[in-house]
Design a protein around this ligand. Structure first.
Ligand code: AP5
Length: 215
């Protein structure tokens, strides 16, 4: 199964992708995570992407589509893929069609997480992750069960993203409205869009996604 999770920054794409991975053994393909790894490793792609990401703007279509193609090639033919944060422009949507067709895959669902933008700044500025395994948490909505200790791996170090400040989040939202939201009609025309209320409690969002995936 191949699924796109679509929604503005903070809509819960990463949170729900991790849950799909845990439940169904699918692979999460997050272009944001791939780019952050490239920045950390100081690769040529990372050097190009760093300043763009810190401003909250979009990295070039060619770079992210190449990353997605490489990542898909590392997947077994039967492994399901969750596209998290990709595609984000009409050009990326077109590239994804070609990338999937080349590998004999097809898109099953585009799941749009509908959210109230005012709540997103709060969600994003409170977010942190385990430095060892990447599990996501939130200052108010999802604390580790034992304070300071990761539920999943027992790690005790946590980190926050440099682009998770209010000014950058506003730019990321504007980019979403201008360049990403307009790609929805492409998938609507194919009858594969399902809309989920991303403002509901995390478990309710997961339950709604499970229904779509099981259908
Ligand atoms: P990326 O890493 O993709 O960031 P994003 O799209 O801005 O999305 P986020 O990761 O911020 O949010 P999310 O929807 O995953 O929310 P989460 O589940 O964490 O991209 C970063 C940058 O990389 C971009 O700005 C761009 O520069 C570049 N980039 C990446 N992909 C690109 C592409 N394809 N093309 C060009 N450039 C690209 O949830 C947020 C918080 O809310 C968490 O703390 C969570 O615990 C909490 N939460 C989640 N769901 C709920 C809920 N239902 N109720 C309460 N709290 C909730």
């Amino acid at each position: 199964m191949n699924i796109i999770l679509l929604g503005p920054p903070g809509a819960g794409k990463g949170t729900q992708a991790q849950r799909l991975v845990e439940r169904h053994g699918m692979r999460q393909l997050s272009t944001g995570d791939m780019l952050r790894a490239a920045v950390k490793a100081g690769t040529p792609v990372g050097l190009q992407a760093k300043a763009v990401m810190e401003r909250g703007e979009l990295v070039s279509d060619e770079i992210v589509s190449a990353l997605i193609g490489e990542e898909l090639d590392s997947l077994g033919p039967d492994a399901g893929a969750i596209f998290d944060g990709y595609p984000r422009t009409a050009a990326q949507a077109e590239s994804l069609d070609a990338i999937l067709a080349d590998r004999g895959r097809k898109l099953d669902h585009v799941i749009e997480l509908g959210v109230d933008e005012d709540a997103l700044v709060d969600r994003i500025t409170g977010r942190f992750t385990c430095a060892s395994c990447g599990k996501g948490y939130h200052d108010r909505f999802e604390q580790p069960r034992e304070p300071g200790v990761c539920d999943r791996c027992g790690g005790t170090e946590f980190k926050r993203r440099p682009d998770d400040n209010e000014e950058t989040v506003r730019t990321r939202m504007a980019e979403y409205r201008a360049k990403t939201a307009p790609i929805l009609p492409i998938y609507d025309a194919r009858g594969i869009v399902a809309r989920v209320n991303g403002m509901a409690a995390m478990d309710d969002v997961t339950a709604a996604i499970e229904k779509i995936v099981a259908a």
